[in-house]
Design a protein around this ligand. Structure first.
Ligand code: PLP
Length: 413
C-alpha cells in the first residue's frame, strides 16, 4: 500500500494519523519501508538521503552492522527479564566515566522519563518547588515542561497543552536563552527554585548556540543561589562529542539527562548526577522512580555497542564536524543569501532569518513559509530534512561525500 492510502487509514484510527505530532507532514507523510546507512526507502519506492536520523539517535547511521550484530546476539538470549543484567554496571561505568562529576546513573525508557525524574529528584533534594526552563527548550511531553516547548508545539502554534494544570505550570518559570542577567534577576527574587533545566545547545528550535561564557555564567549563578543545574543532554549527549556539551564547554551540571544516542536507536533515557543527589533515588532514598522497561536489555545492548564504537573510533567527531563545515563552506562559496547557516558538531540548520537566532523570540522571526517551500524542494531532490524550521538537521557517520554534495546542491539550487 502507498503512503497516501496508509495515512488515510491511519487518520481514522490514530489521532492525526501518527504516533508523534512532528511526523504529520502535510499533505501526508511518507511511510518508511526500510533504512540503511544514510538512506531511507519509502513504501512508494523512493530512496531519500536522511538528514533527520530519527531526530538524533542514529549517530552511526541506520542499521549499523555492529549494532545490528549486538542486538541479534542479545535476541538469542531473550530480551526482557525484569531483573538486573550484567551489562548495567558496565554501561553505568562507561557513562559516568565519560561525564566528569556524574557519579551514578538510573536507566529509564525515554528522554521524557529522564527529565521528569530529574526534576522530581531536584525538588526532593532541595525541598524547593519551582523549576526554571528556557523558552523554546524541549524536555519531553510531560506536564511540568510543556510551556513554550520546542519545535513540536511551536510548529503547531500551540505553545501550551490542554490538560496541563495551571497550578502545576505556575511552578515552571521561563527565561530567555543566552541571558544570564535574566536568571540572576529571577533567582534574586525567587528563593523557592529547585533547578534550572536547560538544553545547553537548544536543539529543538535550532541549533541555537550558547554565547561565549553563557553556560559558565549560569553555572555560577545557580551555584550562588543553591539551585541545581540540570543539563538536558538528550540531544547533545555523545552528539557534540564524548561527554556532550558539559565536556565541550567545560561546565559541570549537578544532574544530566541523556537519551537518543545512548540507546543506539532503541528506546532509552537516563539521568545521572552527583552521588549525594542520586543517592536519594528509590530504593536507596525517598524519591520514587520505577519502570517495567527500565534498563531494557536490548536498548542497553545497542547503547553499549554504540558508545564502545565511539570510543574505538576517536576520529569520529572531527570527521562529523568536517561534514557540517563542508556544507557551510559550500553555501558561502555559492553565495547562498537571505538566511543564516548555523552548525555545531553534526547538527546544522539553515534559518530563514538574516542573522543567526540567539533565542526563542528570534527563532520565531524566521520565515516559515519560505522554509516550507525549501523543505518541499529538498524532498523532491531526494533529501529528507526534519519537516520544521524549528528542528535541527542531523548528520551521521554514514553520510558520504556524495550525500553531502547532493545536500549542498539542494541548498544552493
Ligand atoms: N529532552 C530533549 C532535549 C529532547 O530533544 C527530547 C526529545 O526530542 C526529550 C528530552 C524527550 O525525549 P523522548 O522523546 O525520548 O521522550
Amino acid at each position: 500500500m502507498k503512503s497516501q492510502d496508509l495515512f488515510e487509514q491511519a487518520k481514522t484510527l490514530m489521532p492525526g494519523g501518527v504516533s508523534s505530532p512532528v511526523r504529520a507532514i502535510k499533505p501526508y507523510p511518507f511511510y518508511t519501508a526500510r533504512a540503511e546507512g544514510s538512506h531511507l526507502t519509502t513504501v512508494d519506492g523512493t530512496t531519500l538521503i536522511d538528514c533527520c536520523m530519527a531526530y538524533g539517535p542514529l549517530l552511526l547511521g541506520h542499521a549499523h552492522p555492529e549494532i545490528k550484530k549486538a542486538i541479534a546476539a542479545r535476541l538469542e538470549k531473550g530480551w526482557l527479564y525484569g531483573t538486573p543484567i550484567p551489562e548495567e554496571p558496565e554501561f553505568a561505568r562507561l557513562i559516568t566515566g565519560d561525564h566528569p562529576g556524574m557519579d551514578m546513573v538510573r536507566f529509564v525508557s525515554s528522554g521524557s522519563e529522564a527529565t521528569m525524574a530529574a526534576i522530581r529528584l531536584a525538588r526532593g533534594f532541595t525541598g524547593k518547588s519551582d523549576i526554571v526552563k528556557i523558552e523554546g527548550g524541549f524536555h519531553g511531553a510531560h506536564d511540568a515542561v510543556l510551556v513554550k516547548a520546542g519545535s513540536g508545539a511551536t510548529t503547531m502554534g500551540v505553545p501550551d497543552s490542554a490538560g496541563v494544570l495551571r497550578d502545576l505550570v505556575a511552578h515552571t518559570r521561563q527565561l530567555p536563552y543566552n541571558d544570564p542577567e535574566a536568571l540572576e534577576t529571577l533567582l534574586a527574587k525567587n528563593t523557592d527554585v529547585a533547578a534550572l533545566i536547560i538544553e545547553p545547545v537548544l536543539g529543538n528550535i535550532g541549533p541555537v548556540i550558547p554565547k561565549d561564557g553563557y553556560l559558565k555564567d549560569i553555572r555560577e549563578i545557580t551555584k550562588a543561589h543553591d539551585v541545581l543545574l540540570i543539563f538536558d543532554e538528550v540531544i547533545t549527549g555523545y552528539r557534540l562529542g564524548i561527554g556532550g556539551a558539559q565536556v565541550k564547554f567545560g561546565v559541570r551540571p549537578d544532574l544530566t539527562t541523556l537519551g537518543k544516542i545512548i540507546g543506539g536507536g532503541l528506546p532509552i533515557g537516563a539521568f545521572c548526577g552527583k552521588r549525594e543527589i542520586m543517592s536519594l533515588v528509590a530504593p536507596q532514598g525517598p524519591v520514587y522512580q520505577a519502570g517495567t522497561f527500565s534498563g531494557n536489555p536490548l536498548s542497553l545492548t545497542a547503547g553499549i555497542a554504540t558508545i564502545r564504537w565511539l570510543h574505538d573510533h576517536p576520529a569520529t567527531y572531527a570527521d562529523l564536524e568536517e561534514k557540517t563545515r563542508g556544507i557551510e563552506e559550500s553555501l558561502a562559496g555559492k553565495g547562498k543569501t537571505g538566511g543564516s547557516f548555523v552548525r555545531i558538531a553534526s547538527m546544522f540548520k539553515y534559518f530563514f532569518r538574516s542573522k543567526a537566532p540567539q533565542n526563542y523570540t528570534e527563532v520565531k522571526e524566521c520565515d516559515t513559509a519560505a522554509f516550507t517551500r525549501f523543505w518541499q524542494k529538498m524532498l523532491a531532490r531526494g533529501i529528507f530534512l526534519p519537516p520544521s524550521q524549528f528542528e535541527t538537521n542531523f548528520l551521521s557517520v554514514a553520510h558520504t561525500k556524495e550525500n553531502l554534495e547532493a545536500i549542498c546542491g539542494g541548498y544552493t539550487a
